[in-house]
Design a protein around this ligand. Structure first.
Ligand code: SF4
Length: 454
């Protein structure tokens, strides 16, 4: 009779692993070697100090240890981006010199200024406006954080934009268009792990809803779509800029531009006058010059899933069929409508989809986001002057460590929150300063003007 023993397989405990390593070392030391090279790390890739093994101390007692100078293959950029540094590396001096200058303007040497970029995209200018130092590391030195197989929000954003572009005229084939794109651009990441798959699959389902909602909005609207992903370029002031507008709609001699967003973005005119979220305003200005049409609206459509209302409405769960009419009003776009007292643009729009509430007499209430052409022109002039000055500073190589912060702690104005370069600039809240952005900038300007006239 044969007897079989079943051996239980389980991971080794820490003590068992240590024992195994010691055994390997003893075995190695019993071999007739002329020399033995041992290496150990004194910091991990996140820059945290790692304790030296007690084994090294024992070796120091037993043997004459020689410390060789060997250049090891180390990914310097990653090491520095994660807060660590190599002792005696020449780059340390450059970083320390830069940090020593703190908030004083640090001017980049002329020979390196070409690295600052020439034709500006509006989003790059916005990065420089938020933090010149972050701009320089990203677009000047091209230092990027490590890329792994996790999905980036920009990748999901590109997929969502693609679906909007392809499917508004072909709503029956959202799934097919989406997976064509995934196959060409995201296949590896889609297959890489279940979390990526989960997010992509859910995004495709959300986009089916978004396509239906936008088509429904257009059915109730007098504007018609004249362009998807429309490229635009020209001069803003004297600065060459360009970009892509997600959607352009026209009605009579009016045009409106729509930006698809994965979050809840809105247009804050006070911040825009100080160079924040100006992209759509710049595009509107370029399009106006190109087409000679009158600006009608700048709108942001949020593609974000409306989970909350589903969840709190007891009749509906996340898996219920989507009731288009019931939820239509939840997809009101943000932004501004540009109109006069005749309200021609307002009346031409599906009122549920624009940020305007009409009173009983048919005029917009005080919470409505509506501005006159005159006010828009005034803001555009402020932005043009601001951006021109900013561009001149950038071209002159002016790169201080001076991030912005709003006086009302608006998180979208504070670039340090999610910045990948914190470990390089070593921004210290007790030591460094922020450039303050005013949340009531336009009204302050008005007051100042009124005081001057007195
Ligand atoms: S952490 Fe703040 S100061 Fe440092 S580079 Fe980033 S945005 Fe600029």
């Amino acid at each position: 009779m044969k007897v079989f023993f079943l051996k239980k397989i389980r991971p080794l405990s820490l003590i068992e692993r240590q024992g195994l390593i010691y055994m390997q070392i003893i075995r190695t030391l019993h071999n007739p070697l002329r020399s033995l090279t041992l290496s150990y790390s004194n910091a991990d890739m996140d820059g945290k100090e790692v304790m030296k093994s007690t084994l090294m101390t024992r070796f120091e007692d037993l043997y004459e240890l020689i410390e060789p100078s060997i250049n090891m293959m180390i990914h310097h950029e990653q090491l520095y981006l994660r807060g660590s540094r190599l002792p005696d590396h020449p780059i340390n001096e450059a970083i320390d010199d830069y940090i020593a200058s703190k908030n004083n303007a640090k001017i980049i040497d002329e020979v390196y200024r070409d690295r600052l970029g020439k034709g500006m995209s509006v989003s790059r200018m916005e990065t420089y406006n938020k933090c010149p130092f972050q701009y320089y590391l990203k677009y000047g030195l091209r230092i990027y954080p490590r890329i792994d197989d996790s999905l980036k929000p920009t990748e999901l954003g590109s997929l969502a934009h693609y679906i909007m572009e392809k499917c508004l005229d072909d709503p029956e084939h959202v799934h097919e268009h989406a997976f064509d794109y995934i196959h060409d651009h995201l296949e590896k990441k889609y297959q890489a792990n279940m979390i990526n798959k989960f997010f992509i699959d859910h995004l495709v389902e959300d986009m089916k809803v978004n396509v239906r909602v936008v088509r429904n909005q257009l059915d109730h609207d007098s504007f018609t779509v004249t362009g998807y992903e429309q490229p635009i370029q020209g001069l803003f002031g004297d600065i060459p800029v360009g970009g892509i507008i997600d959607r352009v709609d026209c009605f009579e001699h009016y045009m409106r531009i729509i930006d698809y967003k994965s979050g809840d973005k809105d247009l804050n005119l006070d911040f825009a006058a100080q160079g924040f979220n100006i992209q759509m305003l710049v595009y509107l200005d370029l399009l106006k010059k190109e087409t000679k049409l009158d600006p009608g609206a700048i709108l942001y459509y949020s593609m974000k899933r409306r989970i909350l209302t589903h969840a709190i409405d007891k009749k509906y769960t996340l898996h219920s069929a989507f009731d288009l009419d019931k939820y239509h009003a939840q997809f009101t776009m943000k932004g501004y409508v540009i109109d006069d007292e005749k309200y021609t643009v307002t009346n031409a729009c599906d009122i549920a989809s624009i940020p305007i509430n009409l009173k009983k007499d048919g005029t917009p209430d005080k919470h409505s986001h509506i501005i006159s052409q005159e006010k828009l022109d005034f803001i555009m002039e402020l932005i043009t002057n601001y951006i021109t000055e900013l561009y001149e500073k950038l071209r002159a190589g002016n790169i201080p460590i001076l991030p912005t912060k709003s006086d009302n702690n608006n998180p979208s104005i504070y670039p340090c929150t999610f910045c990948d370069y914190k470990s390089v600039c070593l921004f210290d809240v007790f030591y460094n300063e922020n450039r303050l952005i005013k949340s009531k900038y336009l009204s302050t300007l008005k007051e100042e003007e009124a005081n001057e006239q007195l």
